[in-house]
Design a protein around this ligand. Structure first.
Ligand SMILES: Cc1nc2c(=O)[nH]c(=O)nc-2n(C[C@H](O)[C@H](O)[C@H](O)CO)c1C
Length: 154
């Protein structure tokens, strides 16, 4: 049985991890290992530990960069760490970040955080269990959270 790691943060203003776990359970039977860390800069090592110590085949790393400039720097550092962890472990770590200022209100932010988390959970399921479904979607302008933008090709 495949194992999916889910790591989220206490800094985020919506429970992204619970949304992801719920979505995964609706689609596949997989072992799920969930941990929560304080903030996005703690995601890389937590993801690497899930892969190396808990034998996760893939990890979904969830977080909410805040709206200040320092938060954007944090997000870039966290992203770089997540990419490095992927290269060190040869496993996908699907980064799901929702920047606090992507939304105009708390209601829209909650909607976006849930929708993006669930849609990336589905991407993770496809990557692990049905990669051919992603190939079928190649170049179709998929977006997670907001509306898809569509293809401009044939
Ligand atoms: C400035 C800052 N901004 C964010 C943020 O926007 N989002 C987030 O999840 N965490 C932030 N943190 C906390 C760091 O990611 C980390 O948790 C602490 O530096 C402890 O390692 C910090 C320190």
């Amino acid at each position: 049985m495949k194992t999916i790691g889910v790591v989220d943060t206490t800094f985020a203003r919506f429970n992204m991890g619970s949304a992801v776990v719920d979505e995964i359970k609706q689609h596949v039977s997989a072992r799920i290992k969930r941990v929560t860390v304080p903030g996005i800069k703690d995601l890389p090592v937590a993801s690497k530990k899930l892969i190396e110590e808990e034998d996760c085949d893939l990890v979904i790393a969830l977080g909410m960069p805040g709206s200040k400039d320092i938060d954007k720097v944090c997000a870039h550092e966290a992203s770089t760490g997540l990419i490095q962890a992927q290269l060190m472990t040869n496993r996908h770590i699907i980064e799901v970040f929702v920047h606090e200022n992507e939304a105009g209100s708390d209601k829209e932010l909650a909607y976006l955080m849930e929708k993006r988390s669930r849609e990336h959970a589905l991407n993770a399921v496809k990557l692990l269990f049905k990669p051919e479904e992603l190939v079928k979607q190649a170049g179709t302008g998929q977006r997670q959270g907001f509306e898809d933008v569509g293809s401009i090709g044939m």
